[in-house]
Design a binder for this molecule. Structure first.
Ligand code: C2E
Ligand code: CA
Ligand code: CA
Ligand code: CA
Length: 277
């Protein structure tokens, strides 16, 4: 039994070494992807459910590796966040989103906003974040009303006083602030009214089974009603079917986003798809 325990330990330790090694490899690959700018933004429409009008485009990053092809964010954003590399990636995303939104306005999608995901690391470095936003808007001659930031609920719970100060600074730039993945974190509902936010994005896990799951139905109905009471816009993500969409319209949800409307696509494809619809 004793030697078996030792073997298990040996196995466990080797496994950890492999993981540490893989992590280091990935970290180096991300670092060179940043230098080479091997990233691309895909865009997914955010739509007014009643009119079908395009109101926004969420920018979703992809890593385009010359050998491995398109790598989704789940495979590199967490490590980029842990190592702080997300700082540079996030700066690139903001500037690129502004540049490409300007192009999309010119290509026939006027008056549309771009929504950018902001990570906890970026939110913690708020002064830098504000500078990058201001300089990007200026560089591409975009009005601040065209930029929206998506912040996950977990960002907002750490130090409430500090969070309110940071949010007020961002809101002072006159941009739109949305809470992403709403309902999955533990943010206290009572703080919602002290946060200068504009939009609640209902997490897609609540939408998926909304026609069959009674608790999902209740949660989504309650979030829409609460948003309404607080004067916030509400956007449902992961809308995949007509039935999802019909349910949301019936409950008074304002905006939706999901495969039912359009999958995330690179700029040119998105513009072409949306204009030909
Ligand atoms: P998120 O912000 O919650 O983005 C929504 C995710 O759901 C996207 O995955 C999108 O492609 C996917 N999605 C959209 N519609 C549907 C649908 O109808 N059904 C289903 N099943 N999925 C749908 P994606 O692009 O892989 O992004 C995953 C996550 O990576 C994002 O979740 C966001 O947290 C993060 N992310 C993406 N781009 C960035 C970025 O530029 N910066 C940071 N910090 N995070 C990013
Ligand atoms: Ca998002
Ligand atoms: Ca989300
Ligand atoms: Ca998410």
């Amino acid at each position: 039994a004793k030697s078996e325990g030792k073997n298990n330990f040996q196995f466990y330790r080797d496994d950890l070494n492999v993981k540490a090694h893989d992590r280091l490899l990935l970290e180096n690959r991300i670092r060179s992807a940043i230098e080479e700018e091997y990233f691309q933004l895909y865009y997914q429409p955010q739509v007014d459910v009643r009119t079908g009008e395009l109101v926004g485009l969420e920018a979703l990053i992809r890593w385009i590796d010359p050998e491995k092809g398109v790598i989704p964010p789940i495979e590199f954003i967490p490590l980029a966040e842990d190592t702080g590399m997300i700082g540079k990636i996030g700066d690139w995303v903001i500037a690129k989103a502004c540049e490409e939104l300007k192009a999309m306005h010119a290509q026939g999608l006027p008056n549309v906003k771009v929504a950018v995901n902001v990570s906890p690391y970026q939110f913690k470095h708020g002064a830098h974040l504000c500078e990058v936003i201001e300089s990007s808007l200026k560089k591409y001659d975009l009005s601040s009303e065209y930029l929206s930031l998506e912040l996950t609920e977990s960002i907002l719970i750490e130090d409430i006083e500090e969070t309110i100060l940071s949010l007020n600074k961002l809101k002072g730039l006159n941009i739109t602030l949305a809470i992403d993945d709403f309902g999955t974190g533990y943010s206290s509902l009572s703080y919602l009214k002290s946060f200068p936010i504009d939009v609640l994005k209902i997490d897609q896990t609540f939408i998926r089974d909304i026609l069959s799951d009674e608790s999902d139905k209740a949660i989504v109905t309650a979030i829409i009603a609460m948003a309404d009471q607080l004067g916030l816009d509400v956007l449902a993500e992961g809308v995949e079917t007509q039935a999802h969409n019909d349910f949301l319209i019936e409950k008074g949800c304002h905006y939706a986003q999901g495969y039912f409307y359009c999958k995330p696509k690179p700029l040119d494809e998105l513009v072409e798809f949306w204009l030909a619809r």
